[in-house]
Design a protein around this ligand. Structure first.
Ligand code: MG
Length: 406
């Protein structure tokens, strides 16, 4: 079964007008059907949060920003279709299709899906878990393609190589002429489609190996060390460090909010319903914690406060879930190419007792912001029966956001 769908309207894609004819000829095929078992996470690594955006969204952004790329086809595991759709929200013109049991089969299916009424002339096949591919390397790969000739992004082997048996050295291996293959691997579309069709069901390491076996010439284009593939939790940490190192304008801002208790409403804190005999009064769902967090995030980019973006006078926000407020703040930061490095949150009230719910609340906020859980800290305290919180009249929330801009 093969399906392919276009999300949104491709004609609406921004920034591609002046090179439209050139753009329509080059496609990126992103392989995102893998299970990523080595990560040991609750979902495949391409969907894991990487400082405010899923890994896949960062990879796609690298290609979507390229005027030369006219189409982007993502091969996915349909089991993760909803996660994929959530991860690609905001991309105007992403196509996707269902992958197969092996990487090679997934690539073949992606190539077949591209072979419609407007097939590309050139295709760049890229791993979803390499989000740090640069515009320069994409350009270089495209430039290296010729008739009957593909290109492989690769880095030279720098370390000396040894062969060992049972932990004992047996010989040295000459590292000269040895390269570590990366992606994208770029090919004339028709030639690589034919090569895949011819070798369907066989098992090649990658597309360059398959292409070469089929008689295509494959030239090497210098890659870079930052274009590594995220495979293990250590790679994920390396990816976070690399991204942070590119964002050195550090912004710290605070947010504060108070809502009073009232009868007959659910108590929602951080997007989580907390069992209690009263809820909080407010125009929206009165999620005092998300409001404080939203104001802190807006503060990091000087974007005003939550009331300016979502006025209580506006009927649209009546009983609205505050998820969308914090997502909006996160989107504004993403549009500045910012990353959210940390959220520190405090709730102040006498009742209900919040310690049993802290993990769920912090986890939900991490999910909303596409952050790893250790980047969201939540504390709960009382005010020793002093003041309005002490008298049980309402809940106060205090938030500090750390955001880094390029
Ligand atoms: Mg509020």
């Amino acid at each position: 079964m093969l399906y392919s769908a276009r999300i949104g309207n491709p004609a609406a894609a921004p920034g591609k007008g002046d090179t439209a004819s050139e753009a329509m000829n080059t496609a990126a095929l992103i392989v995102a059907a893998g299970k990523g078992a080595r990560m040991g996470a609750d979902r495949p690594k391409q969907y894991l949060p990487l400082l405010g955006r899923p890994v896949l969204a960062r990879t796609l952004a690298a290609f979507a920003e390229q005027a030369k790329i006219g189409r982007i086809m993502v091969v996915i595991d349909p089991q993760w279709r909803d996660t994929f759709l959530a991860a690609t929200e905001g991309f105007p013109d992403i196509e996707f299709c269902e992958g197969g049991d092996s990487r090679q089969e997934s690539v073949f299916r992606g190539l077949q899906a591209l072979d419609d009424d407007t097939p590309p002339d050139v295709v760049l096949i890229h791993d979803a878990a390499r989000p740090f591919i640069s515009a320069g390397r994409i350009d270089a790969a495209i430039a290296a393609i010729g008739p009957g000739q593909g290109a492989l992004i690769a880095v030279p082997v720098q370390d000396s190589l040894r062969r060992a048996e049972g932990g004992v050295l047996t010989e040295s291996v000459d590292r000269e002429n040895l390269w570590r293959a990366q992606t994208p691997q770029a090919f004339p579309f028709r030639a690589i489609l034919q090569a895949h069709a011819h070798h369907a069901g066989e098992n090649f390491t990658d597309d360059a190996a398959l292409a070469r076996h089929h008689g295509l010439k494959v030239v090497i284009v210098d890659g870079d060390e930052d274009n590594f593939k995220i495979t293990t939790p250590a790679d994920m940490q390396r990816a976070e460090r690399l991204l942070l190192s590119r964002h050195n304008d550090i912004r710290i801002a605070s947010g504060m909010d108070v809502h009073r208790f009232c009868e007959g409403r659910k108590l929602i804190l951080g997007g989580v319903e907390i069992p209690h005999d009263r809820g909080l009064a407010g125009h929206s769902d009165a999620d005092v914690l998300l409001h404080a967090a939203t104001d802190a995030l807006l503060g990091t980019i000087g974007a005003g406060d939550i009331g300016e973006h979502f006025p209580p006078s506006d009927e649209r926000w009546k009983d609205a879930s505050s998820d969308q407020f914090i997502r909006h703040a996160a989107d504004l930061i993403a549009r500045r190419d910012g990353v959210i490095a940390h959220m520190d949150l405090t709730l102040v009230c006498e009742r209900p007792k919040l310690s049993p719910h802290k993990k769920a609340i912090a986890g939900n906020i991490a999910r909303l912001l596409e952050l790893s859980p250790e980047r969201v800290s939540l504390k709960a305290t009382t005010s020793e029966k002093l003041g309005f919180t002490g008298r049980g009249e309402g809940i106060m929330a205090i938030a500090t956001a750390t955001v880094r801009l390029p």
